[in-house]
Design a protein around this ligand. Structure first.
Ligand code: 5AD
Ligand code: SF4
Length: 512
């Protein structure tokens, strides 16, 4: 069993990465075992870019490696942009780097263990090569702060997610032999005007960060502590970024945030905090439904996706905007976490089972063809066997297309760590998780079988990793579809009739 199987499991009938899209070709089991929203194929990915021509080189090279969720990968693009603007060149070979950066994740313990192993490896490298500085960025940097310096002697720079603009000066400080730490969280920073670089992209789909932080305080979650208060980025800079991407040939943007449905922006400086939340929607206040509409209007052939939604904020107005615009993809990720109202209350999710099922009913009613996926945690503190059964029965009722599934991992400093005992034995957590996974496997297959015979518009995203004669892309429901390459150009739309499937992928023939 792979190591990460022990902690985090996701099963899907579709996935955003090419590596999974090809399971049809080798009959491998149609599920992967991975951290949530953590695309295994991208873990540890490096990013290189060219320095803007008008910026004079400072003669130094940086190397950056990213772990965790899409937000972190998106942040690494911002970091690369800031460093390039300060005169750094980049390299994909850490042996030649003057500055080695690791963008870290803290969501579960095994995510942190992975980073620790990587740092040990870098330590061995550092001993052999020219002196270079090592910086840790992101959520684990924010969680551990200067403790990171004590625990990992190799680290010279600790930079939290709101301090990336300070990185060039932190490097200068570290070059004098001092350790540099900046973990200040901000109420304003959205990196709005920093144009992220997109060099590792497929040139077709890109992420746009629309907000940062989270105010929800789910009891199990470390994010509010590592990413700070929720703040929304100016909608004008979001729309401009979408336009610019479209002009450069991109055909899909995913709007990113921890809780995108609570997006709210006003240029009226008096409208802050609760006043902004309570403000009636008018010309000066842009909420998520309005933002979706503004981005959808950029171009009819620019697809829009978004992630992640909190059920409490999934309002009908968002669903109606999705129904109105064919280019807003009919796919909703709606994390439930548990099917038991008692557990949901302990998790501080602020909704109960019937409220969640009412939101599912609203989706089915307004968007009958939408695919729905979720996140589930098995074995949260004090979860009984009956409550676990309630999660299984909710899954059976909804029949998700896909789910990211985890067993509970206590995170220091969270509400749950302070208030509750992590009292479900590990073997029980794993058994419950396995039952959840088994059920999802069945549902993913059923859902995909329902697609056989249907024709979907698919955006061609790349060449299948398993067969150079095939391309892969996704339909509006975010399901990966494999089809013969023919003369189809990557970045164009094709109509594909689904002819066969596994629980992970659809395979089809081009019909136009
Ligand atoms: N243990 C297990 N899973 C967690 N998640 C967040 N925190 C934890 C934790 N401490 C999962 C939730 C969330 C997703 C981002 O990760 O399901 O929706
Ligand atoms: Fe964590 Fe809850 Fe915020 Fe999601 S909504 S980031 S689970 S606190």
């Amino acid at each position: 069993m792979p190591e990460n199987m022990l902690g985090n499991i996701f099963v899907h009938s579709f996935i955003f990465a090419a590596f999974m899209s090809d399971s049809l070709y080798n009959n491998e089991v149609a599920f992967e075992l991975q951290p949530k929203k953590i695309d295994e194929a991208r873990q540890g990915e490096t990013l290189t870019l060219e320095r803007p021509q008008h910026v004079i080189s400072n003669g130094k090279k940086f190397y950056i490696e990213s772990y965790g969720c899409q937000m972190n990968f998106s942040d690494s693009e911002v970091v690369a942009s800031i460093l390039a603007g300060a005169g750094f060149d980049s390299t994909s070979d850490f042996y030649e780097a003057d500055l080695i950066l690791i963008n870290t994740c803290a969501i579960r313990d095994n995510a942190e263990q992975r980073i620790r192993h990587r740092l040990q490896h870098l330590n061995a490298v550092k001993k052999k090569k020219k002196a270079s500085l090592v910086g840790v960025l992101g959520c684990m940097a924010e969680r551990l702060k200067d403790k990171f310096l004590e625990e990992e002697k190799i680290v010279d720079i600790v930079c939290g997610p709101d301090a990336y603009r300070a990185l060039p000066s932190m490097v200068e400080e570290a070059e004098t032999g001092q350790k540099a730490v900046n973990v200040l969280l901000s109420r304003e920073e959205t990196y709005a005007e920093i144009n992220p670089v997109r060099l590792n992209s497929n040139g077709v789909s890109a992420f746009i960060s629309i907000m940062r932080g989270c105010d929800n305080m789910c009891a199990f979650c470390v994010v509010p502590f590592t990413r700070g208060r929720e703040r929304s980025r100016n909608w004008k800079s979001i729309v401009n970024e979408a336009k610019e991407l479209y002009e450069r040939g991109y055909r899909e943007v995913t709007l990113l945030g921890q809780n995108v449905n609570s997006y709210r922006f006003s240029e009226d400086e008096k409208l802050v905090g609760k006043k902004l939340v309570d403000a009636k929607y008018d010309e000066s206040v842009v909420n998520f439904a309005k933002l979706l509409e503004l981005v959808a209007q950029v171009a009819p052939d620019l697809r829009i996706r978004y992630s992640t939604s909190h059920p409490k904020d999934m309002t009908d107005d968002v669903l109606h905007v999705m129904a109105k615009y064919p280019n807003i993809c009919k796919y909703i990720h709606l994390p439930v976490q548990s099917g038991s109202s008692r557990v949901l209350d302990a998790m501080n999710r602020t909704y109960d089972r019937s409220w969640y099922l009412n939101r599912i009913a609203a989706i089915r009613n307004i968007l009958p063809d939408a695919a729905i996926s979720t996140d589930i945690i098995a074995g949260f503190c004090s979860e009984t066997e009956e409550e676990h059964q309630e999660t299984l029965s909710l899954m059976d009722e909804v029949k998700y297309e896909m789910a990211y599934m985890f067993f509970y991992s206590e995170r220091p400093g969270t509400v749950a760590a302070k208030k509750f005992k992590d009292d479900i034995p590990e073997d029980v957590k794993k058994r419950r998780l396995q039952e959840i996974v088994d059920m999802q496997m069945k549902h993913s297959l059923i859902r995909n079988q329902q697609d056989v015979g249907k024709t979907y518009e698919v955006l061609a995203e790349g060449v299948s990793h398993r067969s150079s004669e095939h391309l892969f892309g996704r339909n509006t429901q975010n399901k990966v579809v494999i089809f013969p390459k023919g003369n189809i150009q990557i970045g164009t739309y094709v109509q594909v009739k689904v002819t066969e499937c596994t629980a992970a992928t659809l395979k089809g023939e081009v019909v136009s």
